[in-house]
Write a protein that binds this ligand. Structure first.
Ligand SMILES: [Zn+2]
Ligand SMILES: [Zn+2]
Length: 142
C-alpha cells in the first residue's frame, strides 16, 4: 500500500495507510466518523480532522471515493470499478450495484452538446429487505 501511495505522489503516513486498509476491508460504505472509530483501535491519538485530511488526499489521488449522492453524512469507499448505489431510505445503507447501463444512459440521455461525460452517477432509492420487513417504524439514522 505504501508503494501505491508513493506512485501517486503521496507520502505513506501511518494514517493514510491505516485508512486505506480500513476502506478496503469495509463491507459497507463507512462515514468519516466510523473510519475514525476503527482507526482509533490502532492509532489511539488520531483526530477526526486528521482522518478528514487523509481521506481528502486519498480521494484526490484516486485511491478512494466519496459518495455524496446518498445525502449526509458522506460515505467513503476504496476506489473500485465504476458502480451505482442503491440507497435504503430506511436505514441509509448504500449497496453497490454493477454499472451496466452507462452506454444505455449515454445513448438515451440528451447530454448537452460539447459536454464531456466523465462519470455517470446513479442512485436507486428504496427500502432494503430488512427495512421492508419491519415497516413502517424503525427509521434510524444509520
Ligand atoms: Zn434499510
Ligand atoms: Zn460503492
Amino acid at each position: 500500500m505504501a508503494d501505491e501511495l508513493a506512485a501517486r505522489g503521496l507520502r505513506a503516513t501511518r494514517q493514510r495507510v491505516g485508512i486505506l486498509r480500513i476502506l478496503r476491508r469495509a463491507r459497507a460504505h463507512p462515514t468519516a466518523a466510523e473510519v475514525h472509530r476503527t482507526l482509533l483501535r490502532d492509532q489511539p491519538s488520531v483526530s477526526l480532522k486528521t482522518v478528514y485530511e487523509a481521506l481528502d488526499s486519498l480521494i484526490v489521488c484516486g485511491l478512494a471515493g466519496c459518495v455524496t449522492d446518498g445525502g449526509e453524512p458522506y460515505r467513503y469507499e476504496a476506489q473500485k470499478e465504476p458502480h451505482y448505489h442503491a440507497r435504503c431510505r430506511g436505514c441509509g445503507r448504500l449497496i453497490d450495484v454493477a454499472a451496466h447501463s452507462d452506454a444505455h444512459i449515454r445513448s438515451r440521455t440528451p447530454i448537452p452538446a460539447g459536454f464531456e461525460v466523465e462519470r455517470i452517477a446513479v442512485t436507486i432509492v428504496g427500502l432494503c429487505p430488512r427495512c421492508r420487513s419491519h415497516r413502517p417504524q424503525q427509521i434510524d439514522s444509520r
